[in-house]
Design a protein around this ligand. Structure first.
Ligand SMILES: *Cc1c(COP(=O)(O)O)cnc(C)c1O
Length: 399
């Protein structure tokens, strides 16, 4: 059997681990050692210059961290992977590796809030031109790309309004001008969406979210060709945004149930989205699985399922949000997403807290927008929980 014939669930459980199992252990050990000792000076030298496999120092490589990288690499179907202390470190290190003063990058307006800050605050001051096109408007992105760019940076579905961009079409557009095409696949997850198969060059994940799945470890990861990943690895090993071995272990363990968690999260998100559409207090529901979603067809084409993230806008804006969210019993009111527990939060407090109200408005994010990361609880209980919370608020707010 080749890797391609093996199903995702089997890969999630087994992939990438074997060579790290020592002393008959069935689980990858957490290696906390910072340095590695050598009696043979020639061997030490060969490992140090990368001629021989092995480890030298924890900022460069670590066996536990490598096991995690190998698992993600196999799930995404890439040649190579490298990891980072956080998802933002993966994004900033990747961009810093390839962008030089005078270069141009094209992306979309509603990327993750931190990414958007890199585009609007940090890149311009290094004399890097950033062009942000309308999210989900393919012609507008293609027009910017056609002017030339070093990088085309995509995110789909987006945070928090789950807009969808056609990955295959954008990869083609990027390659026509010789750009490196990068995608943040955090919301997609390797279970639902494999952008390398659609022509993208580099895939980034915030491992903190769905990959880990338990909201107890920070991390980021990058997957792609040897040639590109090596360059980013080199930037990261020198600049130091290395993933911690304990975080790598927790994420690796979380990933063994990735396919099951994501399957339940998708099921729950679809059911919750349909339920929310029936509520009078709800102005709008954003979920790529709904036929009312403007790019539902593209989502259907490039995703195996529609993901665990949805958002909805309530009538009465921030005031309703303030009343509604504390009434929920089975949802953390927190900034995180992708965990086994349902998590809710206003976009203005979570994903886009770095933005001004004007910037949020420009990105099409209403102040009354609530982002929901569906957990793996029984959906009947989640819907009943929302139902009782709506009842409280509906009796208070005249609608
Ligand atoms: C959370 C998130 C990030 C940043 O990841 P951190 O691990 O928090 O640094 C990047 N992109 C998306 C889509 C995210 O949800």
């Amino acid at each position: 059997m080749t890797q391609k014939d093996i199903q995702m669930g089997t890969k999630a459980v087994w992939a990438g681990e074997k060579e790290y199992l020592v002393h008959g252990a069935t689980q990858v050990p957490v290696v906390l050692s910072v340095a590695y000792t050598y009696d043979d000076m020639d061997e030490w030298y060969d490992v140090a210059i990368g001629k021989k496999k092995g480890h030298i120092y924890g900022r460069n490589t670590n066996p536990t961290v490598q096991a995690f990288e190998d698992k993600v690499k196999i799930l995404e179907g890439g040649e190579a992977a490298t990891s980072f202390s956080t998802g933002m470190a993966a994004i900033s290190n990747t961009l810093a590796t390839f962008l030089l003063p005078g270069d141009r990058i094209v992306s979309v307006k509603d990327t993750y809030g931190g990414t958007n800050k890199i585009f609007t605050e940090f890149l311009p001051r290094q004399n890097i031109e950033v062009a942000l096109a309308e999210t989900g408007n393919h012609e507008s992105i293609e027009a910017e790309v056609a002017k030339g760019c070093k990088i085309l940076y995509l995110e789909t579905p987006t945070n928090p309004t789950v807009k969808i961009t056609d990955i295959e079409r954008m990869a083609k557009a990027g390659h026509e001008v010789g750009a490196i095409v990068i995608i943040d696949n955090t919301f997609g997850t390797p279970i639902n969406q494999n952008p390398l198969e659609l022509g993208v060059d580099l895939v980034i994940h915030s491992a903190t979210k769905f990959l880990g799945g338990h909201a107890d470890a920070l991390g980021g990861v990058l997957v792609g060709s040897h040639e590109l990943v090596e360059q980013v690895y080199h930037y990261r090993e020198i600049n130091g945004a290395t993933m911690d071995p304990m975080a790598a272990y927790l994420t690796l363990r979380g990933m063994k149930t990735l396919h099951i968690r994501v399957r339940e999260q998708c099921k729950n998100a679809m059911a919750l989205a349909k339920y929310l559409q029936t509520k009078e207090l709800v102005e709008d529901v954003f979920y790529p699985g709904l036929e009312t979603h403007p790019n539902h067809d593209i989502a259907k084409k490039q995703m195996k399922d529609f993901g665990g993230m949805l958002s909805f806008a309530v009538k009465g804006g921030v005031d309703t949000v303030r009343d509604l969210l504390p009434k929920l019993q089975y949802a953390h009111r927190a900034a995180n997403l992708g965990a086994v527990e349902t998590t809710v939060g206003p976009a203005r407090t979570t994903s886009h807290v770095e933005c001004t109200p004007e910037e949020r408005a420009a990105m099409g994010i209403p102040e009354g927008l609530i982002r929901v990361s569906c957990g793996i609880e029984n959906i009947e209980d989640i819907i009943a929980d929302f139902e009782q919370a709506f009842k409280h608020v509906e009796s208070a707010v005249k609608i």
